[in-house]
Design a protein around this ligand. Structure first.
Ligand code: F0G
Length: 460
């Protein structure tokens, strides 16, 4: 039997939870993570930052120096690429330690080949797939799981397209919590499913899609004291903010012109936007990058929302895409994402399945690789350059969200030419064929291998 050992605690003085809809401040943390007045999502705010004069430790030069100095430390919180920036995060109460797998600290890669393909001069990838469980979810899970433990919950839960569940299961296990995973049956990749099993989650495959899993989960948490770790949990966004802080630190606080993120439930793009707005407010960066969101054409509710009603009312869709991580038709954080697009001057774009496949192979050929959901960013960038939204001389950072090994089946099918099964015209076929490298089965002889090498040289 699940027992509730403690419920909501009074919030720490250093931060507050505010409704993104009506602006009301929440008194404590309720299980459904929504505003009790209007039902909208909550976000963390830091009122103390606006008190004048600002504390010396919160001055831009002091913060930058503190964060830099921690890079040489072996204290677990300093080794984490999330908690290293703890001045910008909500604080755990005394006696509570973060649950950390030393997440964050992910690389910022230059992408010269992809830059040439897109027709721009400076392109980077912030690779969040290089986190402990292979996706960006770890950065938000370290914060949200730590608060779940502080609240005294024994069980945590999420609905997921696979990465949240893998991450949640790992952090729950590290923190001594039990975890419940609801995933759409047959619609997540084997690697992601295997992760939640290995990390010890109670894994339920429901005969529905992600949006259906979400509905069931909302009901479950109303009836049992289980803490929801989906991305509408405001503590998730706090950890996910650090991807943007890290990338700006790596660029020596020089602001890129554009940051481009994939969009599913729309929490990640919102978190990145929150980070840059807070850094700007604190005087750490002088201007804001434009933050744009790319979706798969078959799962494009934000794109439709922006194009059809200027971001006023969500246009949900029946989602369908092979980029299974972002197969989401009714995104929870759409309002937060619209706000980020408006405040930073970013835009939205959607890309076809073929554009995603090609972009993923091009990122792979750069020696970087990512899962299909991450590749929408590069496919989208190409379109944004063509439309003139991104200019040739502007600098761009793509947020790659998942590791290439998260969906090996997709990659194999692509290289074997099985991904689209005849559904290609001649031009598309030729474009994809240039990136396809199917494995070759040979006799076990030196001659056979030398012949293969010779052929490969000719094909260059
Ligand atoms: N990229 C990957 C690899 C993802 O797993 C997700 C979301 C996204 C992008 C989109 O991020 O939802 O914040 O807009 N995956 C969730 C999951 C839904 O359950 O793993 P978002």
């Amino acid at each position: 039997m699940i027992e509730q050992t403690a419920v909501a605690s009074k919030l720490e003085q250093t931060y507050q939870l505010r409704c993104v809809g009506c602006g009301q401040i929440a008194a404590d943390m309720r299980q459904n993570l929504r505003c009790l007045s209007c039902g909208e999502l909550l976000e963390v705010i830091f009122p103390a930052w606006n008190s004048a004069p600002r504390l010396p430790a919160m001055q831009p030069s002091a913060l930058k120096a503190t964060w830099k100095q921690r890079r040489g430390s072996t204290f677990p919180q300093d080794e984490s690429g999330v908690w290293r920036f703890r001045e910008l995060l909500p604080t755990l109460q005394p006696g509570f330690e973060p649950i950390t797998l030393r997440e964050g600290n992910t690389p910022l890669y230059e992408m010269p080949m992809c830059a040439r393909i897109a027709g721009i001069e400076k392109l980077f990838a912030k690779h969040q797939g290089m986190n402990p469980t292979g996706s960006f979810k770890d950065t938000g899970m370290t914060t949200a799981a730590s608060f779940a433990r502080q609240e005294g919950y024994r069980w945590v839960a999420c609905a997921s397209t696979g990465n949240t569940s893998a991450s949640m299961a790992a952090y729950a296990a590290r923190g001594g919590l039990r975890s419940l995973v609801l995933i759409p049956d047959g619609k997540i990749t084997w690697s992601k499913l295997s992760q939640s099993l290995d990390y010890g989650a109670l894994t339920c495959q429901l005969k529905t899609d992600f949006d259906g899993c979400m509905k069931v989960l909302n009901d479950v948490v109303r009836r049992m004291p289980i803490y929801m770790l989906n991305s509408m949990n405001p503590y998730r966004a706090e950890g996910q903010k650090t991807a943007a802080i890290e990338l700006l630190e790596k660029l020596d606080w020089q602001v890129p012109d554009h940051i481009i993120a994939p969009g599913g439930n729309l929490a990640n793009s919102s978190a990145i936007g929150k980070a840059v707005m807070e850094l700007h407010e604190l005087g750490i960066i002088p201007s804001l990058p434009k933050i744009s969101v790319i979706q798969a054409a078959g799962a494009n509710p934000l794109v439709r929302t922006m194009r059809e009603n200027g971001g006023k009312k969500l246009v949900p869709v029946q989602a369908e895409t092979m980029a299974s991580a972002i197969r989401i038709g009714n995104p929870a954080s759409w309002r937060k994402a619209v706000r980020i697009l408006e405040r930073t001057g970013g835009t939205v774009e959607d890309v076809t399945e073929k554009e995603i496949a090609l972009a993923k192979a091009e990122i792979g050929a750069e020696g970087i690789g990512c899962e299909p959901a991450s590749a929408v960013t590069f496919a989208g960038l190409k379109k944004l350059v063509k439309s003139g939204f991104v200019k040739k001389q502007e600098s761009v950072v793509l947020v790659l969200t998942g590791h290439v090994l998260k969906d090996a089946e997709y990659t194999l099918k692509f290289h074997r030419g099985d991904l689209f099964e005849g559904d290609l015209d001649q031009k598309e076929s030729a474009a994809l064929a240039r990136q396809q490298r199917a494995p070759i089965v040979l006799e076990a002889t030196t001659d056979a291998v030398l012949k293969a090498l010779e052929q490969a040289e000719k094909n260059l």
